[in-house]
Design a protein around this ligand. Sequence first.
Ligand code: NAD
Length: 424
Amino acid sequence: MPAPARGEILRAAGEALEDSTERIGRDLAREEGKTLAEAIGETRRAAAILRYFAAQTLEPDGETYPSASRTTFLFSRREAIGPVLAITPWNFPIAIPAWKIAPALAYGNTVVWKPAELVPLTSVHLLEALLAAGLPSGVLNLVLGRGRDIGDVLVTHDGFAALSFTGSHAVGRAIHARAVAAGMKVQLELGGKNPAVVLADADLDMAAEQVARGAFMSAGQKCTATSRVIVEKPVMEAFVERLVARAQSWRVGDALDPDVVVGPLASPEQLDAVLDYLSVADAERATVLAGGRRASELGDGYFVRPTVLTDVRPESPVMCEEIFGPVAVLAAASSPEDALQQANDTPFGLSASIFTQSLERALTFAQRLRAGVVKVNQESAGVEPHVPFGGTKGSSSGSREQGRAAREFYTEWKTVYVDGALHP
Ligand code: NAD
């Protein structure tokens, strides 16, 4: 199918999602637990991603080169790599699949997609939108099942040209070598332990609002969530007061209640994992400034109060590992340089925020923070669909996703020499 025709299908599917954001967003909120507003926002984002890659099908797909031979016309173009295996997590159950499937299809590949077992309904909505838009049968293949049961069969299959995986560090690392051994080009997007640095000259109200959003929205279940908050000592007290006020006042509860800001965790396993980290903090005598516990007054739901911790050891698992819950861990910095060192002192490198009113410091941090995404005076989470996305160090492996960077992964160069000499 010619690229522009593929684009038409993606555009129509994007429009169908846009027309159904309420209905799909409601199912997504019920299934995954993020608030209705966030779920509708995510569905809109998936629609925008489909439209973006629809437009990419009209972009140039190669380049011509001068040849040393007078009679040779020399060009190179990006071609589809072949069947792609996409394995996706539950925390963005429609946006992340969209940002893998849309470029894979736009550039002419077929896809086998294994979403996380927690979100089959949302996955079916995306598949249906593409099928209704005219995607031929067999081009996108949805496989539902538990990763530990069916993952191995997929990851070791020699029929795939590439694997695009987003998920936990543990699973990503475990499957990487096997997929490479099966002949796949591999792209991994993994976890983070994302810092927000608040310098002494920051607008503290704005910084507290943005840090709270980064740490607590979607109950902290974002790979780009703010997890460590490094604050210069002179403003620590004033900043903490503002952050704690938000942690204590933001309403926790049913994802479908329009007044709720922080929904539940996605599953009992997720609840247990977060509560385990809170027990470690407790055992290590960390100071709990807000939250620190399950919201049992809300019944059996998987609700954890937005939590602010301090006095946490630098080597504590609470400070070093991805918690994936609504937990912000504070650390004091003696200078901007000390803050930068602490921010970079992690094996991860997905996203990072810097709060300052100094342009010079903003640009210095933007340059020296070791993260794939740096936000100045903005929460660490939230990215736009038309720009490259991905991390450094242990957060990612392989080329970036989204924007024009996606072409790098889903296509490969073919160089063609055409001898135009006339042979009588
Ligand atoms: P997960 O690693 O448990 O699961 C991810 C996917 O892998 C699921 O579809 C799962 O079924 C599958 N899987 C599990 N075991 C497998 C196996 N042995 N073989 C093949 N597939 C297997 O992650 P999760 O809990 O669904 O998602 C949360 C994680 O994802 C967090 O660590 C988060 O940081 C990360 N994440 C990263 C990004 C990013 O872009 N960097 C974005 C969102 C989420």
